[in-house]
Design a protein around this ligand. Structure first.
Ligand code: PTT
Ligand code: SF4
Length: 610
């Protein structure tokens, strides 16, 4: 095989053993890599019902066939496991030297199983695997951990680590690298912590083999040049994702006060232009010429990388309207290794619960120091923080009082930074995303604003599926950053050319869409297998707040979603995907996608239809 290394590294932490595991072209061509490999491995190897924080869970770090080549924005990996937050398939995407180093070490994925008896660092240097004592690192934050490891292993080693939140099994702890890349929203950091795995360090010395190396090199050089010519490039370099704050405010979709509103009166103070003035440097992922991590000095004088989601969730959503203060919370979240999106949700939830008298603690909107201290309590699971560390779904069940109606999650994963009172397609995208409410699979909202936000048309459903194929399917399987395409209009045709030069295969976008559908269906089957008879179409419905409580401010005052029309959209969505009225892939669909064995195994849990 070209492009792929054809090897996974399996590491058993319980036995301190590792071995390389060959896989064949069939797996590579059917699932590509990244999310595709992770979904296939987890479906095949996890028994339904296992404890996500127990030794039977597996943590997969998977790359794709383009990872590590000199191609634009190609150095990301997918980290996946059964999620402790949602109870089903979970993953995240990280731009990291680790992605490049895994490939140079000769592997396409690391599969980490079991549980170490004591805290360790997993060190992978080509074929040499070591389990290093991490007692001096346990208890440190992710920045301190990475800096200590970098002193020993150098600036380009792949280092992925968890902070205290992962150690303390906070259900939305993520994995951090390079002081600001962070991924694994549905608790991938907690899974790492549950295995006593403080960090993974990877160093590779091999070369990647491409089918047509000369063509690939030339294509890569052309592509980097092409990116520089794209008109939005200059503004992107100034603001990156932060430009979305102003856009969201203009369109009344900026999550504000726990998604009660879509406009925030201090939006300008936390927006892209405010950030550009305060910016001190920029960071990014390896092999990228669009670097987009904007760094500002926070109100305690520390450097913090700010992105749209972080600022929306730790700014407007909790009523904090000063960029340096928001950056301070962002920095603390990075240090502890807490997902900023879920964190902004649980904080907003606690503030609303306090306002409504549903909890005894006084938690006020928009306060820096008190919020910072509550974040510490979450990371260390102290007092109210212990409940919030379980996420909003659990917290709402615990405190009751109707709070489930404004606990802003789908399937247990907190919603990312877009209010959908008046955005039905985006609501559908959140509700049908493969890991719970994440915008990564289908960020349909910008298109929706252009075609008319009030309609619940079939066209909107089809657009959600189209984007889920490209983004949630192809980009996540290739583990290549989607920003060149979305933000600059870098054409999708480049990727089939890259694939041809790397793997030698003639893969069209039509083929890629089939692979995307296979991956999406397999992940859906994973969910259904976990939930069995408890699986219902209600799992694909966004929170009640968007249907019941209209916006009270801004140009869209009075707007809310229509439940009956949403249901029609959902039925159309199922129909287009070849899923039944419960949202379960039919036998015929699974057969068409080459997933007959999946159908056989799923039949033990639920009745399947044709
Ligand atoms: C992603 C989610 C996002 S999406 C953001 S900001 W974004 C948050 N970032 C966090 C952070 O920072 N610190 C922290 N402690 N928690 C954070 N949680 C949030 O995590 C990221 C970029 C971004 S910035 C986005 S949209 C794109 N995401 C991609 C993706 O998902 N797939 C893909 N093929 N390409 C992508 N390109 C872009 O990458 P999750 P990163 Mg992240 C400080 O992980 O779990 O997927 O959630 O990966 O390397 O930091 O790059 O406005
Ligand atoms: Fe990373 Fe940003 Fe480059 Fe994407 S555009 S690879 S997120 S630096």
């Amino acid at each position: 095989m070209y492009g792929w290394n054809g090897l996974f590294l399996r590491v058993d932490l319980s036995k301190s053993k590792a071995h390389a595991n060959k896989y064949g072209a069939e797996m590579a061509e059917a699932f590509l890599g990244g999310r595709g490999f992770a979904a296939k491995i987890l479906w095949d190897e996890l028994k339904p019902g296992i404890d996500p924080l127990g030794p039977k869970n597996k943590l997969v770090f998977a790359t794709g066939p383009l990872t590590g080549f000199a191609l634009p924005s190609s150095s990301k990996l997918v980290v996946a496991a059964k999620s402790p937050l949602t109870g089903s398939y979970g993953d995240g995407n990280l731009g990291t030297f680790a992605a490049v180093q895994i490939r140079k070490a000769g592997y396409d994925a690391l599969i980490v199983e079991g549980k170490s008896k004591k805290p360790i660092v997993l060190l992978v240097q080509d074929k040499q695997i070591e389990f290093l004592d991490a007692k001096d690192l346990w208890g440190l934050d992710s920045f301190e951990t990475e800096s200590m490891l970098r002193r020993v292993y150098g600036s380009t080693a792949g280092v992925l680590s968890i902070g205290q939140a992962g150690e303390n099994l906070v259900k939305f702890a993520n994995i951090v690298c390079q002081e600001g890349r962070a991924g694994g929203r549905p608790g991938m950091g907690a899974v790492m912590g549950s295995k006593n795995l403080k960090a993974v360090v990877v160093i590779g010395s091999g070369d990647l083999s491409a089918a047509y190396p000369k063509e690939l090199k030339e294509l890569g050089a052309d592509a980097y040049r092409e990116i520089l010519t794209k008109p939005p490039y200059a503004f992107w370099k100034q603001q990156g994702t932060m430009m979305t704050i102003e856009w969201s405010q203009e369109n009344s979709v900026l999550p504000t006060y726990n998604y009660r509103e879509g406009v925030f009166d201090k939006a300008d103070a936390i927006g892209g232009f405010a950030m550009a003035k305060a910016k001190v440097s920029q960071r990014g992922c390896p092999n990228c010429n669009m670097i987009c991590g904007n760094v500002v000095k926070d109100s305690f004088g520390k450097e913090a990388e700010v992105d749209y989601e972080n600022v929306a969730m730790l700014g407007s959503n909790i009523g904090l309207g000063q960029l340096r203060r928001v950056a301070a919370l962002n920095r603390v979240a990075d240090e502890f290794g807490l997902d900023t999106i879920s964190l902004g949700n649980v904080l907003g939830f606690a503030m609303e619960a306090s306002e409504k008298g549903l909890i005894e603690e006084k938690v006020s909107w928009g306060k820096l120091r008190a919020t910072k201290s509550l974040i510490e309590d979450i990371a260390y699971r102290r007092g109210l923080g212990d409940m919030l560390a379980e996420g909003v779904r659990f917290s709402a069940e615990k405190i009751g009082g109707g709070s489930s109606r404004w606990a802003m999650h789908v399937k247990g994963l907190e919603i990312s930074g877009y209010d959908c009172h008046a955005a039905p397609a985006m609501a559908l995208a959140f509700a049908t995303s493969s890991i719970g409410a994440h915008h990564k699979d289908a960020w349909v909202i910008s298109w929706e604003m252009k075609v008319g936000r009030n309609s619940y048309s079939e066209e909107k459903v089809d657009k959600v599926i189209e984007l889920q194929r490209i983004r949630g399917g192809v980009f996540e399987a290739l583990t290549v950053c989607r920003f060149p395409w979305i933000e600059l209009g870098f054409e999708l045709e480049w990727y089939t050319k890259f694939l041809h030069a790397a793997t030698g295969l003639e893969i069209t976008w039509k083929d890629l869409n089939v692979i995307a559908d296979r991956i999406y269906a397999l992940i859906r089957c994973f969910w259904v297998r976990e939930f069995g008879k408890n699986w219902t179409r209600q799992m694909d419905v966004p929170p009640a707040r968007w249907f019941e409580e209209p916006l009270t401010k801004g140009a869209l005052k009075g707007s809310k979603l229509d439940k009956a029309k949403y249901d029609v959209m959902l039925s159309r969505y199922y129909c287009q995907r070849g899923w039944d009225e419960r949202g379960i892939p039919t036998k015929t669909t699974l057969r068409k996608l080459g997933l007959e064995n999946v159908a056989k195994r799923l039949r033990k849990r639920v009745k399947l239809y044709d």
